[in-house]
Design a protein around this ligand. Structure first.
Ligand code: SF4
Length: 339
């Protein structure tokens, strides 16, 4: 597989990352593997946002958990600043954990309902820094202000906040230890649209201010388009296309990316799109189709798609695609996918 281009400057790099869960299947209880993540490679540079998109169950969130080392990978490598972290013990991981934080979809579920907001934000801080109560209080008050909460809200409990405020609280908690990369797993999908925009703008402001990197996992392409610098598209545990945001949204090359973009609603009813509608369900990751995983739903599938897994190739500068019908830009291919 061709390696994506910005590896030299990568803060985070994953290579051939896999997570296979053993499971009992069928009435005979045969043991099988769920291939939740199946050979994922990408990198994220300092100050960059990589959007990770795909239908539910494609392995996006598992990828995020593997990077955070909340789950151990079955195979592959995770490099943090060039240093392998996939095989570190929990003790050895401690300094990395400080730099690698998370913001999850449901802030209410990820905040302890029994402790006050100030304590929630101060908790990771106390884990890493020796400081007096007065110092901690001062730091928390400034974080509250930085994420758009009032210092007088520090004494409240999570249930006293709105959904958007709870997400701000989750962001303040992640920020408290001065991370370098935050895995944002569907951070706005549970929020109203108007609140979503505020939280996205906050994340972008914080990125500017602290040179943060984000892995931004989402199924909403409009949100991903707004916040990302590059976008990776996942299907059934594999990345099928990765490219700069503008390239993905104006010139997608993988049939699955095209179908995802076609499914985005257009607000103006006078604009009619020639939509390519995906039919069929996502196949089970327990027994994924051989060859190209997408061949059971791809309108352009050929015989070899059912047999050979397409390698990831650079088809335009910075645009990597795993499809037999896409060749490097310098090579004329007779069977180009119809536009
Ligand atoms: Fe479709 Fe074949 Fe390309 Fe897979 S490799 S996306 S099945 S054309």
């Amino acid at each position: 597989m061709t390696t994506p281009p910005d590896v030299a400057a990568a803060l985070l790099e994953v290579r051939g990352l896999c997570k296979h869960f053993p499971t009992q299947h069928g009435w005979l209880g045969r043991s099988q593997l769920v291939r939740a993540v199946d050979g994922v490679s990408f990198s994220i540079a300092e100050g960059e946002t990589l959007g990770l998109v795909g239908e539910s169950g494609c392995g996006k969130s598992t990828t995020g958990k593997l990077i955070l080392r909340l789950q151990d990978p079955t195979a592959g490598e995770i490099l943090w600043n060039g240093r392998p972290i996939h095989n570190l013990s929990q003790t050895e991981l401690r300094p990395v954990r400080r730099e690698l934080q998370a913001v999850f979809q449901d802030p209410y579920a990820s905040l302890n309902p029994r402790i006050r907001a100030a304590e929630i934000v101060a908790e990771p801080l106390r884990n890493y820094e020796a400081m007096s109560s007065a110092q901690a209080r001062e730091r928390v008050a400034s974080l509250f202000e930085r994420v758009g909460l009032r210092p007088d809200q520090m004494v409240k409990y999570p249930f006293e906040f709105s959904g958007g405020q709870r997400q701000r609280l989750g962001i303040a908690r992640a920020l408290s230890v001065q991370p370098r990369l935050i895995v944002c797993d569907e951070p706005v999908s549970a929020l109203d649209v108007s609140v979503q925009a505020q939280v996205i703008n906050l994340l972008m402001d914080l990125q500017q201010q602290f040179n943060l990197s984000y892995l931004f996992i989402a199924h909403d392409l409009a949100v991903v388009e707004h916040i990302s610098h590059r976008v990776a598209v996942m299907y059934l545990g594999r990345i099928v296309e990765i490219a700069p945001k503008r390239t993905i949204f104006t010139s997608p090359q993988h049939p699955y990316t095209e179908a995802l973009l076609d499914a985005v609603p257009v607000p103006d009813p006078r604009v009619r799109k020639n939509r390519r509608v995906l039919t069929g369900d996502v196949p089970s990751p327990i027994n994924p189709p051989p060859g190209c995983h997408f061949h059971t739903r791809c309108p352009y599938a050929e015989e070899r798609c059912r047999i050979e897994s397409p390698p990831m190739r650079e088809v335009a500068p910075g645009q990597f695609v795993a499809c037999h019908l896409r060749q490097p830009a310098s090579i004329e291919h007779p069977t180009g996918i119809p536009a």
